[in-house]
Design a protein around this ligand. Structure first.
Ligand SMILES: *Cc1c(COP(=O)(O)O)cnc(C)c1O
Length: 488
């Protein structure tokens, strides 16, 4: 954990550090020394009349500047990062080594299958492991992210009903599902029907029943939901949708709560996606690459995008499913991410994966119980790998908002939890400790939150104070971003 005062507080830009004539490179002059000014072959209107306004710095200046910037950032390597819904757990370095093995790195994606049997075997086995973990019949490793997996599955659903000659245009999404669910359904051309949660945060069976008819293609369910709760009526939900002729899609991005404990296939689900970059050991948050494999059961498996790796008598080959929707990604998908997931699954084994999920759930419940005396926990029951608190009571008590708490945590050396999400909880603070944190770290975070709750609200409105910039005007930053540096 970093200490605020040791942070690199230098906030000058490269332009402010610039000194005329200072240089970090010594390159030979392309034109030769004697005719350095001879640019007569370039038309006059295309020549500069003045030097470009670039900063002038030494190599040392530049190195310190960028290393300094990198240290201003929060990361899973430097801080506790309880960003709910994102699973910012620590990823073992050894898996990076596996992904960087020369045999994997130098394998060209257009190599013939006989020259990359090892890579294909890895993909084949990973397909099998993920099918086993989710209880599905077949898995594609192609999609690049969770949302990409969702839209892939919805394209499959669309094609499936088209082939059956059924006109099903609607996708039902509970309001406790992840925001990408309705977005993916809309992108795949479906009409999105949102249903409200029951008072206990679970899916409202009456609302579901009221919306089920022959126009419903699918129900998308996030389980555990964005409230961190296990959907207790899940088997009944799957059965109801199936009775109406629809399919059930499982958003398995939160699988790190459930590995080895329950399987979407056993709960009656037809399709599922996983986020390898959340659950299976790929660092993320910087925009990728990730991987969102999709598993399918029964008839749906025939629609999976390819290539899928099959085992033959003599080895492994790339193959297409009989009704495949085609490709959703170039080549073999995010191959390095697949290697990390494979290494992670193999090193932990079945018992280890289950223990990881149990630890994630234990950590979240430990924190929930330590905090629920001082922070309002709207759905205060046994949670899965994350839980949602609300600052609504602190707001009423002393005008403290979720933002104030988040910023005060930054000053204390913690990444903030997710705030103002899920949307169905006012002043939400969504905490996901993950399975990789020690008891000491969990305690330190709890103590910081308890301290903040008792602090003078006025002083907290100013947070963060230990950073190059203090509280930003977020509206102005979004509406009027300053994208150019201009000399005063
Ligand atoms: C993160 C997440 C997604 C989206 O995954 P991306 O890889 O970011 O596209 C979908 N559903 C849930 C529940 C998630 O937590």
């Amino acid at each position: 954990m970093f200490e605020g005062e040791r942070r690199n507080m230098d906030s000058k830009t490269l332009f402010e550090k610039s000194r005329p004539g200072r240089s970090g490179v010594a390159v030979p002059n392309y034109w030769g020394a004697e005719n350095a000014e001879d640019s007569s072959s370039i038309p006059a209107n295309m020549r500069r009349s003045a030097e470009p306004a670039l900063p002038e710095l030494s190599e040392c200046d530049v190195t310190r500047h960028f290393v300094g910037l990198s240290q201003k950032n929060f990361s899973v390597d430097t801080q506790f990062y309880p960003l709910g819904s994102c699973t910012m757990k620590f990823n073992p370095r050894i898996n990076e080594k596996a992904a960087a093995l020369p045999g994997f790195v130098s394998c060209h994606p257009l190599s013939p299958a006989e020259l990359c049997q090892g890579s294909l075997q890895l993909m084949y086995e990973l397909q099998k492991y993920l099918a086993e973990i989710t209880g599905m019949d077949a898995v594609t490793l192609q999609p690049a992210a969770g949302a990409h997996g969702e839209v892939t599955a919805l394209f499959m659903i669309s094609r499936y009903f088209h082939d059956k000659g059924e006109q099903r245009t609607k996708v039902i999404v509970p309001d406790s599902s992840h925001g990408t669910n309705p977005a993916s359904a809309a992108l795949a051309g479906f009409q999105v029907v949102t249903i409200k949660s029951a008072p206990d945060g679970s899916i409202d069976l009456e609302a579901l029943r009221a919306n089920l008819d022959s126009s419903v293609a699918c129900l998308m369910l996030t389980n555990p939901s964005t409230l961190g709760l296990f959907e207790s009526k899940i088997a009944a939900v799957a059965e109801m949708v199936h009775e109406a002729g629809g399919l059930v899609y499982y958003d398995g991005a939160n699988m790190n709560a459930l590995m080895g404990l329950v399987r979407p296939g056993d709960m009656g689900f037809d399709l599922v996606h996983l986020n390898l970059h959340k659950t299976f050991s790929t660092p993320h948050g910087g925009g990728g690459p990730g991987a969102g494999p999709v598993g399918a059961c029964g008839e749906l498996a025939a629609y999976l995008p390819g290539p899928i790796v099959r085992q033959t008598k003599s080895g492994y080959e790339l193959a297409a499913q009989p009704h495949t929707i085609g490709r959703v990604r170039m080549f073999w998908g995010s191959f390095a991410v697949l290697v990390k997931a494979y290494a992670y699954i193999r090193s932990l084994g079945a018992a280890g994966l289950r223990e990881a999920s149990e630890m994630a759930v234990l950590a979240a419940n430990y924190m929930r119980v330590r905090l629920h005396g001082r922070y309002h926990v709207p759905f205060d029951t046994f949670c899965m790998h994350e839980f949602v608190m609300s600052a609504d009571q602190l707001k009423a008590e002393k005008g403290l908002h979720a933002t104030d708490i988040a910023k005060a945590l930054l000053d204390r050396g913690f990444h903030a939890p997710t705030i103002y999400f899920p949307l169905i909880v006012e002043e939400a603070l969504m905490v996901e400790p993950t399975e990789t944190e020690s008891l000491e770290t969990l305690d330190a975070f709890v103590e910081a939150l308890l301290e903040i709750a008792d602090e003078d609200a006025d002083s907290l409105h100013e947070c963060p104070c230990n950073f190059p910039v203090t509280r930003l005007d977020e509206t102005k930053a979004a509406r009027k971003p300053v994208l150019h540096w201009t000399e005063e």
